[in-house]
Design a protein around this ligand. Structure first.
Ligand code: NAD
Length: 436
Protein backbone atom coordinates (compact mmCIF):
# COMPACT_ATOMS: atom_id res chain seq x y z
CA UNK A 1 0.00 0.00 0.00
CA UNK A 2 1.05 3.61 -0.46
CA UNK A 3 1.29 5.41 2.87
CA UNK A 4 2.40 8.85 4.00
CA UNK A 5 3.62 9.72 7.48
CA UNK A 6 3.38 13.39 8.47
CA UNK A 7 5.88 14.29 11.20
CA UNK A 8 9.14 12.36 11.28
CA UNK A 9 10.19 12.60 14.92
CA UNK A 10 10.59 9.68 17.34
CA UNK A 11 7.16 8.37 16.42
CA UNK A 12 6.92 9.26 12.73
CA UNK A 13 10.41 8.30 11.54
CA UNK A 14 10.08 4.90 13.20
CA UNK A 15 6.55 4.44 11.87
CA UNK A 16 7.60 5.32 8.31
CA UNK A 17 10.61 2.99 8.33
CA UNK A 18 8.69 0.18 10.07
CA UNK A 19 5.81 0.37 7.57
CA UNK A 20 8.33 0.18 4.69
CA UNK A 21 9.97 -2.82 6.38
CA UNK A 22 6.69 -4.75 6.26
CA UNK A 23 6.32 -4.04 2.53
CA UNK A 24 4.46 -0.75 2.19
CA UNK A 25 5.57 2.11 -0.04
CA UNK A 26 6.06 5.06 2.31
CA UNK A 27 6.79 8.75 2.10
CA UNK A 28 7.71 10.55 5.34
CA UNK A 29 7.01 14.29 5.42
CA UNK A 30 8.26 16.85 7.92
CA UNK A 31 8.70 20.62 8.05
CA UNK A 32 12.22 20.18 9.49
CA UNK A 33 14.40 20.22 6.37
CA UNK A 34 17.51 19.10 8.27
CA UNK A 35 15.74 16.03 9.62
CA UNK A 36 14.37 15.14 6.19
CA UNK A 37 17.78 15.54 4.59
CA UNK A 38 19.30 13.21 7.16
CA UNK A 39 16.52 10.61 6.81
CA UNK A 40 16.63 10.72 3.00
CA UNK A 41 20.40 10.20 3.19
CA UNK A 42 19.66 7.09 5.27
CA UNK A 43 20.93 8.53 8.57
CA UNK A 44 18.71 8.12 11.62
CA UNK A 45 18.43 11.61 13.15
CA UNK A 46 18.21 10.18 16.68
CA UNK A 47 19.25 7.01 18.48
CA UNK A 48 16.66 4.25 18.53
CA UNK A 49 17.74 0.60 18.48
CA UNK A 50 17.04 -1.04 15.10
CA UNK A 51 15.99 2.18 13.35
CA UNK A 52 19.22 2.66 11.41
CA UNK A 53 18.95 -0.85 9.94
CA UNK A 54 15.34 -0.57 8.71
CA UNK A 55 15.99 2.95 7.45
CA UNK A 56 18.99 1.85 5.36
CA UNK A 57 17.05 -1.16 4.09
CA UNK A 58 13.93 0.91 3.28
CA UNK A 59 15.82 3.57 1.32
CA UNK A 60 17.81 0.93 -0.57
CA UNK A 61 14.61 -0.97 -1.47
CA UNK A 62 13.10 2.20 -2.99
CA UNK A 63 9.99 1.76 -0.78
CA UNK A 64 10.94 4.52 1.66
CA UNK A 65 11.56 8.19 0.92
CA UNK A 66 11.32 11.48 2.74
CA UNK A 67 10.21 14.95 1.67
CA UNK A 68 9.34 18.41 2.97
CA UNK A 69 6.66 18.78 0.29
CA UNK A 70 3.11 17.84 1.34
CA UNK A 71 2.23 17.34 -2.34
CA UNK A 72 4.24 14.11 -2.11
CA UNK A 73 1.52 12.73 0.16
CA UNK A 74 -0.97 12.79 -2.73
CA UNK A 75 -1.89 9.33 -3.92
CA UNK A 76 -1.29 7.60 -0.58
CA UNK A 77 -4.16 5.46 0.69
CA UNK A 78 -3.43 6.31 4.34
CA UNK A 79 -1.85 9.48 5.74
CA UNK A 80 -0.57 9.01 9.29
CA UNK A 81 -0.24 12.17 11.36
CA UNK A 82 2.41 11.87 14.09
CA UNK A 83 3.52 15.45 14.74
CA UNK A 84 4.32 16.75 18.22
CA UNK A 85 1.70 17.76 20.82
CA UNK A 86 3.91 19.38 23.48
CA UNK A 87 2.79 21.07 26.67
CA UNK A 88 1.73 24.68 26.08
CA UNK A 89 4.32 27.22 27.20
CA UNK A 90 1.93 28.99 29.56
CA UNK A 91 -0.14 26.13 30.94
CA UNK A 92 -0.76 22.40 31.28
CA UNK A 93 -2.85 21.85 28.13
CA UNK A 94 -1.49 20.26 24.96
CA UNK A 95 -0.40 22.61 22.20
CA UNK A 96 -2.34 21.50 19.12
CA UNK A 97 -0.74 24.04 16.76
CA UNK A 98 1.35 21.39 14.99
CA UNK A 99 -1.48 18.89 14.56
CA UNK A 100 -3.77 21.57 13.13
CA UNK A 101 -1.02 22.90 10.83
CA UNK A 102 -0.17 19.40 9.58
CA UNK A 103 -3.80 18.56 8.78
CA UNK A 104 -4.33 21.97 7.11
CA UNK A 105 -1.26 21.40 4.93
CA UNK A 106 -2.41 17.88 4.08
CA UNK A 107 -6.02 18.70 3.15
CA UNK A 108 -5.31 20.16 -0.34
CA UNK A 109 -3.59 16.88 -1.30
CA UNK A 110 -6.28 14.48 -0.11
CA UNK A 111 -8.47 12.45 -2.45
CA UNK A 112 -11.92 11.06 -1.76
CA UNK A 113 -11.59 7.70 -0.04
CA UNK A 114 -8.20 8.47 1.54
CA UNK A 115 -7.75 7.74 5.24
CA UNK A 116 -6.16 10.28 7.57
CA UNK A 117 -4.98 8.36 10.64
CA UNK A 118 -4.08 10.47 13.67
CA UNK A 119 -1.31 8.92 15.77
CA UNK A 120 -0.28 11.87 17.95
CA UNK A 121 -1.44 11.88 21.57
CA UNK A 122 -4.23 14.43 21.75
CA UNK A 123 -6.88 15.68 24.17
CA UNK A 124 -10.22 13.91 23.82
CA UNK A 125 -12.36 15.80 21.31
CA UNK A 126 -9.50 16.64 18.92
CA UNK A 127 -10.37 13.94 16.38
CA UNK A 128 -13.96 15.12 16.04
CA UNK A 129 -12.71 18.66 15.31
CA UNK A 130 -10.13 17.43 12.78
CA UNK A 131 -12.75 15.25 11.07
CA UNK A 132 -14.57 18.45 10.11
CA UNK A 133 -11.45 19.82 8.42
CA UNK A 134 -11.01 16.59 6.46
CA UNK A 135 -14.67 15.96 5.56
CA UNK A 136 -14.95 18.29 2.49
CA UNK A 137 -12.24 16.26 0.69
CA UNK A 138 -14.20 13.00 0.97
CA UNK A 139 -11.36 11.46 3.01
CA UNK A 140 -12.09 9.72 6.35
CA UNK A 141 -10.39 10.59 9.62
CA UNK A 142 -9.58 7.80 12.07
CA UNK A 143 -7.73 7.94 15.40
CA UNK A 144 -5.05 5.30 15.73
CA UNK A 145 -3.07 6.16 18.89
CA UNK A 146 0.51 5.01 19.24
CA UNK A 147 1.78 3.05 22.24
CA UNK A 148 5.43 2.54 21.31
CA UNK A 149 8.10 2.77 23.99
CA UNK A 150 11.25 4.67 23.08
CA UNK A 151 14.13 2.21 23.22
CA UNK A 152 11.82 -0.50 21.81
CA UNK A 153 10.07 1.65 19.22
CA UNK A 154 10.86 -0.45 16.15
CA UNK A 155 9.78 -3.69 17.77
CA UNK A 156 6.67 -2.05 19.29
CA UNK A 157 5.65 -0.58 15.92
CA UNK A 158 6.06 -3.81 13.98
CA UNK A 159 4.72 -6.02 16.75
CA UNK A 160 2.46 -3.93 19.02
CA UNK A 161 0.63 -5.18 22.16
CA UNK A 162 -2.61 -3.97 20.64
CA UNK A 163 -3.96 -1.76 17.88
CA UNK A 164 -6.68 0.78 18.55
CA UNK A 165 -8.72 2.59 15.92
CA UNK A 166 -11.36 5.22 16.58
CA UNK A 167 -13.53 5.41 13.48
CA UNK A 168 -16.74 7.22 12.52
CA UNK A 169 -20.00 5.24 12.54
CA UNK A 170 -21.30 3.91 9.23
CA UNK A 171 -19.85 2.67 5.95
CA UNK A 172 -16.92 5.14 5.90
CA UNK A 173 -15.80 3.83 9.29
CA UNK A 174 -16.18 0.22 8.16
CA UNK A 175 -14.16 0.88 5.03
CA UNK A 176 -11.46 2.69 7.01
CA UNK A 177 -11.27 -0.25 9.43
CA UNK A 178 -10.74 -2.65 6.52
CA UNK A 179 -7.93 -0.44 5.16
CA UNK A 180 -6.22 -0.30 8.56
CA UNK A 181 -6.42 -4.09 8.79
CA UNK A 182 -4.53 -4.22 5.51
CA UNK A 183 -1.93 -1.70 6.71
CA UNK A 184 -1.30 -3.73 9.87
CA UNK A 185 -1.74 -7.14 8.23
CA UNK A 186 1.49 -8.59 9.68
CA UNK A 187 0.52 -7.77 13.28
CA UNK A 188 -3.09 -8.85 12.76
CA UNK A 189 -1.90 -12.17 11.31
CA UNK A 190 -0.22 -12.74 14.71
CA UNK A 191 -3.53 -12.23 16.51
CA UNK A 192 -2.63 -8.79 17.86
CA UNK A 193 -5.81 -7.45 19.48
CA UNK A 194 -7.37 -4.82 17.19
CA UNK A 195 -9.87 -2.66 19.06
CA UNK A 196 -12.21 -0.70 16.84
CA UNK A 197 -14.08 2.02 18.65
CA UNK A 198 -15.22 5.65 18.46
CA UNK A 199 -12.95 8.71 18.37
CA UNK A 200 -13.34 9.68 22.03
CA UNK A 201 -12.58 6.19 23.32
CA UNK A 202 -9.53 5.84 21.07
CA UNK A 203 -8.14 9.20 22.22
CA UNK A 204 -8.84 8.34 25.86
CA UNK A 205 -7.28 4.87 25.66
CA UNK A 206 -3.92 6.50 25.03
CA UNK A 207 -4.07 9.10 27.79
CA UNK A 208 -5.62 6.63 30.23
CA UNK A 209 -2.78 4.16 29.57
CA UNK A 210 -0.17 6.83 30.22
CA UNK A 211 -2.02 8.12 33.28
CA UNK A 212 -2.10 4.59 34.69
CA UNK A 213 1.60 4.00 34.08
CA UNK A 214 2.54 7.36 35.61
CA UNK A 215 0.34 6.60 38.61
CA UNK A 216 1.99 3.22 39.11
CA UNK A 217 5.43 4.85 39.19
CA UNK A 218 4.34 7.61 41.55
CA UNK A 219 2.59 5.07 43.76
CA UNK A 220 5.82 3.21 44.37
CA UNK A 221 7.68 6.49 44.79
CA UNK A 222 5.14 7.51 47.43
CA UNK A 223 5.91 4.20 49.16
CA UNK A 224 9.61 5.09 48.86
CA UNK A 225 8.91 8.32 50.76
CA UNK A 226 7.19 6.37 53.52
CA UNK A 227 10.02 3.83 53.51
CA UNK A 228 12.50 6.66 54.03
CA UNK A 229 10.69 7.69 57.22
CA UNK A 230 10.44 4.18 58.60
CA UNK A 231 13.63 2.37 57.60
CA UNK A 232 11.74 0.05 55.25
CA UNK A 233 13.12 -1.05 51.87
CA UNK A 234 10.88 -0.07 48.95
CA UNK A 235 12.55 -2.52 46.56
CA UNK A 236 11.62 -5.47 48.79
CA UNK A 237 8.16 -4.00 49.20
CA UNK A 238 7.80 -3.77 45.40
CA UNK A 239 8.98 -7.36 44.96
CA UNK A 240 6.52 -8.56 47.56
CA UNK A 241 3.45 -6.70 46.27
CA UNK A 242 4.50 -7.41 42.66
CA UNK A 243 4.02 -11.15 43.21
CA UNK A 244 0.30 -10.45 43.31
CA UNK A 245 -0.71 -10.90 39.66
CA UNK A 246 -3.33 -8.18 40.08
CA UNK A 247 -0.53 -5.72 40.84
CA UNK A 248 2.47 -7.03 38.89
CA UNK A 249 6.12 -6.02 39.38
CA UNK A 250 6.57 -3.98 36.20
CA UNK A 251 6.61 -0.19 36.54
CA UNK A 252 7.21 -0.52 40.28
CA UNK A 253 10.80 0.70 40.18
CA UNK A 254 11.19 3.42 42.80
CA UNK A 255 13.74 6.07 41.87
CA UNK A 256 13.89 9.56 40.41
CA UNK A 257 10.65 9.01 38.56
CA UNK A 258 9.35 9.32 35.03
CA UNK A 259 10.16 11.87 32.37
CA UNK A 260 10.49 12.09 28.62
CA UNK A 261 8.37 13.60 25.88
CA UNK A 262 5.19 11.73 26.86
CA UNK A 263 4.17 10.84 30.43
CA UNK A 264 4.68 14.24 32.13
CA UNK A 265 3.03 16.32 29.42
CA UNK A 266 0.31 13.72 28.81
CA UNK A 267 -0.89 13.62 32.43
CA UNK A 268 -0.86 17.42 32.56
CA UNK A 269 -2.80 17.70 29.30
CA UNK A 270 -5.28 15.12 30.62
CA UNK A 271 -5.81 17.20 33.78
CA UNK A 272 -6.28 20.34 31.70
CA UNK A 273 -8.78 18.65 29.37
CA UNK A 274 -10.70 17.17 32.30
CA UNK A 275 -10.97 20.68 33.80
CA UNK A 276 -12.37 21.97 30.50
CA UNK A 277 -14.93 19.17 30.60
CA UNK A 278 -15.93 20.12 34.15
CA UNK A 279 -14.40 16.83 35.38
CA UNK A 280 -11.23 18.15 36.94
CA UNK A 281 -11.91 16.32 40.20
CA UNK A 282 -12.10 12.94 38.39
CA UNK A 283 -8.38 13.09 37.66
CA UNK A 284 -7.30 15.42 40.48
CA UNK A 285 -4.98 12.62 41.65
CA UNK A 286 -2.84 13.20 38.54
CA UNK A 287 -1.67 16.48 40.09
CA UNK A 288 -0.33 14.46 43.01
CA UNK A 289 1.19 11.91 40.65
CA UNK A 290 3.08 14.78 39.03
CA UNK A 291 4.08 16.32 42.38
CA UNK A 292 5.36 13.04 43.84
CA UNK A 293 7.32 12.50 40.63
CA UNK A 294 9.01 15.90 40.79
CA UNK A 295 9.76 15.54 44.52
CA UNK A 296 11.91 12.48 43.84
CA UNK A 297 14.30 14.47 41.66
CA UNK A 298 14.77 16.88 44.55
CA UNK A 299 15.27 13.98 46.95
CA UNK A 300 18.03 12.46 44.79
CA UNK A 301 19.92 15.77 44.72
CA UNK A 302 19.44 16.06 48.50
CA UNK A 303 20.96 12.59 49.02
CA UNK A 304 24.13 13.80 47.32
CA UNK A 305 24.16 16.93 49.49
CA UNK A 306 23.66 14.83 52.64
CA UNK A 307 26.37 12.36 51.63
CA UNK A 308 28.79 15.27 51.17
CA UNK A 309 28.09 16.54 54.70
CA UNK A 310 25.55 19.21 53.83
CA UNK A 311 27.06 21.02 50.84
CA UNK A 312 28.02 20.17 47.29
CA UNK A 313 29.51 23.62 46.72
CA UNK A 314 32.77 23.25 44.81
CA UNK A 315 32.63 19.45 45.05
CA UNK A 316 33.03 17.29 41.96
CA UNK A 317 29.89 15.24 41.28
CA UNK A 318 29.76 12.76 38.40
CA UNK A 319 26.29 12.17 36.98
CA UNK A 320 25.90 8.83 35.22
CA UNK A 321 23.14 9.32 32.65
CA UNK A 322 21.38 12.15 30.84
CA UNK A 323 18.70 10.40 28.74
CA UNK A 324 15.27 10.10 30.35
CA UNK A 325 15.67 6.34 30.10
CA UNK A 326 18.20 3.83 28.76
CA UNK A 327 18.32 2.82 25.06
CA UNK A 328 17.35 6.36 24.07
CA UNK A 329 19.02 9.70 23.40
CA UNK A 330 15.84 11.57 24.30
CA UNK A 331 16.38 14.20 27.00
CA UNK A 332 12.93 15.82 26.92
CA UNK A 333 11.94 16.42 30.56
CA UNK A 334 14.69 14.05 31.62
CA UNK A 335 14.75 13.49 35.40
CA UNK A 336 18.44 12.61 35.02
CA UNK A 337 19.34 16.03 33.63
CA UNK A 338 17.03 17.74 36.07
CA UNK A 339 19.06 16.24 38.94
CA UNK A 340 22.32 17.28 37.23
CA UNK A 341 21.05 20.85 36.79
CA UNK A 342 19.89 21.01 40.43
CA UNK A 343 23.33 19.92 41.66
CA UNK A 344 24.99 22.44 39.38
CA UNK A 345 22.65 25.10 40.78
CA UNK A 346 23.80 24.17 44.29
CA UNK A 347 27.38 24.90 43.28
CA UNK A 348 28.62 21.40 42.49
CA UNK A 349 31.16 20.92 39.70
CA UNK A 350 29.03 18.54 37.67
CA UNK A 351 30.32 16.16 35.00
CA UNK A 352 27.68 14.32 33.01
CA UNK A 353 28.24 11.22 30.93
CA UNK A 354 25.80 9.17 28.85
CA UNK A 355 26.29 6.62 26.07
CA UNK A 356 23.93 8.36 23.61
CA UNK A 357 22.43 11.60 24.89
CA UNK A 358 25.39 13.96 25.39
CA UNK A 359 24.90 16.03 22.24
CA UNK A 360 21.19 16.56 22.94
CA UNK A 361 21.93 17.40 26.57
CA UNK A 362 24.68 19.86 25.68
CA UNK A 363 22.34 21.79 23.38
CA UNK A 364 19.81 22.33 26.16
CA UNK A 365 22.16 22.63 29.16
CA UNK A 366 25.47 23.99 27.88
CA UNK A 367 26.42 25.05 31.43
CA UNK A 368 27.19 21.44 32.41
CA UNK A 369 30.44 19.62 31.60
CA UNK A 370 30.07 16.54 29.42
CA UNK A 371 32.51 13.67 29.04
CA UNK A 372 31.91 10.77 26.66
CA UNK A 373 34.14 8.25 28.39
CA UNK A 374 32.58 6.84 31.56
CA UNK A 375 35.86 6.19 33.35
CA UNK A 376 37.19 9.64 32.51
CA UNK A 377 33.96 11.11 33.91
CA UNK A 378 34.44 9.16 37.16
CA UNK A 379 38.06 10.15 37.65
CA UNK A 380 38.53 12.44 40.65
CA UNK A 381 34.82 12.56 41.60
CA UNK A 382 33.88 13.37 45.20
CA UNK A 383 30.49 11.67 44.66
CA UNK A 384 28.73 9.71 41.94
CA UNK A 385 25.02 9.58 41.17
CA UNK A 386 23.36 7.09 38.81
CA UNK A 387 20.34 8.68 37.14
CA UNK A 388 19.76 6.62 33.97
CA UNK A 389 19.92 2.84 34.31
CA UNK A 390 22.07 2.09 31.26
CA UNK A 391 23.70 -1.35 31.35
CA UNK A 392 27.05 0.47 31.24
CA UNK A 393 26.39 1.64 34.83
CA UNK A 394 23.98 -0.97 36.12
CA UNK A 395 25.72 -4.16 35.03
CA UNK A 396 29.07 -3.30 33.52
CA UNK A 397 30.50 -0.92 36.11
CA UNK A 398 32.62 -2.85 38.56
CA UNK A 399 32.43 -1.06 41.94
CA UNK A 400 36.06 -1.88 42.78
CA UNK A 401 37.23 -0.45 39.46
CA UNK A 402 35.04 2.64 39.98
CA UNK A 403 36.49 3.06 43.49
CA UNK A 404 40.00 3.13 42.01
CA UNK A 405 39.04 6.14 39.84
CA UNK A 406 37.21 8.45 42.26
CA UNK A 407 38.42 10.64 45.12
CA UNK A 408 35.38 9.97 47.30
CA UNK A 409 33.59 6.62 47.40
CA UNK A 410 30.07 8.05 47.70
CA UNK A 411 27.39 6.70 45.38
CA UNK A 412 23.74 7.68 45.14
CA UNK A 413 21.64 5.19 43.21
CA UNK A 414 18.84 7.30 41.74
CA UNK A 415 17.37 4.30 39.94
CA UNK A 416 17.86 1.59 42.57
CA UNK A 417 19.69 -0.31 39.84
CA UNK A 418 22.96 -1.15 41.60
CA UNK A 419 23.62 -4.01 43.99
CA UNK A 420 24.07 -2.21 47.34
CA UNK A 421 25.93 -5.16 48.92
CA UNK A 422 28.50 -5.28 46.10
CA UNK A 423 29.08 -1.53 46.21
CA UNK A 424 29.37 -1.44 49.99
CA UNK A 425 31.76 -4.41 49.89
CA UNK A 426 33.96 -2.39 47.51
CA UNK A 427 34.14 0.40 50.10
CA UNK A 428 31.39 2.70 48.85
CA UNK A 429 28.91 4.63 50.95
CA UNK A 430 25.71 3.71 49.13
CA UNK A 431 22.36 5.55 49.24
CA UNK A 432 19.34 4.41 47.26
CA UNK A 433 15.84 5.77 46.85
CA UNK A 434 13.53 4.51 49.59
CA UNK A 435 16.08 2.02 50.89
CA UNK A 436 17.89 1.98 54.22
P1 NAD B 1 9.00 14.71 18.00
O1 NAD B 1 9.12 16.09 18.52
O2 NAD B 1 10.17 13.79 18.04
O3 NAD B 1 8.51 14.76 16.49
C1 NAD B 1 7.52 15.61 16.01
C2 NAD B 1 7.87 15.93 14.55
O4 NAD B 1 6.77 16.64 13.96
C3 NAD B 1 9.08 16.82 14.40
O5 NAD B 1 10.02 16.19 13.55
C4 NAD B 1 8.54 18.10 13.80
O6 NAD B 1 9.45 18.76 12.93
C5 NAD B 1 7.33 17.59 13.07
N1 NAD B 1 6.34 18.61 12.74
C6 NAD B 1 5.91 19.64 13.51
N2 NAD B 1 4.99 20.35 12.85
C7 NAD B 1 4.80 19.76 11.65
C8 NAD B 1 3.97 20.02 10.54
N3 NAD B 1 3.11 21.03 10.56
N4 NAD B 1 4.05 19.22 9.48
C9 NAD B 1 4.92 18.19 9.45
N5 NAD B 1 5.73 17.87 10.49
C10 NAD B 1 5.68 18.65 11.57
O7 NAD B 1 7.78 14.07 18.79
P2 NAD B 1 7.43 12.50 18.98
O8 NAD B 1 8.09 11.99 20.21
O9 NAD B 1 7.63 11.80 17.70
O10 NAD B 1 5.88 12.61 19.30
C11 NAD B 1 4.93 12.86 18.31
C12 NAD B 1 3.56 12.55 18.86
O11 NAD B 1 3.47 11.17 19.17
C13 NAD B 1 3.22 13.27 20.17
O12 NAD B 1 1.84 13.55 20.19
C14 NAD B 1 3.55 12.24 21.22
O13 NAD B 1 2.84 12.46 22.41
C15 NAD B 1 3.10 10.99 20.52
N6 NAD B 1 3.76 9.76 20.98
C16 NAD B 1 5.11 9.74 21.15
C17 NAD B 1 5.71 8.57 21.60
C18 NAD B 1 7.18 8.53 21.90
O14 NAD B 1 7.61 7.62 22.60
N7 NAD B 1 7.98 9.45 21.39
C19 NAD B 1 4.94 7.43 21.84
C20 NAD B 1 3.57 7.47 21.60
C21 NAD B 1 2.99 8.66 21.18
Amino acid sequence: MRLSVIGCGYLGAVHAAAMASIGHEVVGIDVDAGKIESLQAGRAPFFEPGLQEILTEGIASGRLRFSTDFADAAGSAVHFVGVGTPQQKDGYAADLTYVNAAVDALVPHLNAGDIVAGKSTVPVGTAAALAEKVAPTGATLVWNPEFLREGFAVQDTIDPDRLVAGVPAGPAGEQATAVLREVYHTAIAKDTPFIVTDYATAELVKVAANAFLATKISFINAMAEIAESTGADVTQLADAIGHDARIGRRFLGAGIGFGGGCLPKDIRAFSARAEELGRGESVAFLRQVDEINLRRRERAAQLVVDALDGSVYGRKVTVLGAAFKPHSDDIRDSPALDVAVRLHGLGAVVTVTDPEAIENARRVHPQLTYVHDRDEALTGADAVIVVTEWDQYRRELDPAHAASLVDGTIVVDGRNCLDPAAWRAAGWTYSGMGRP
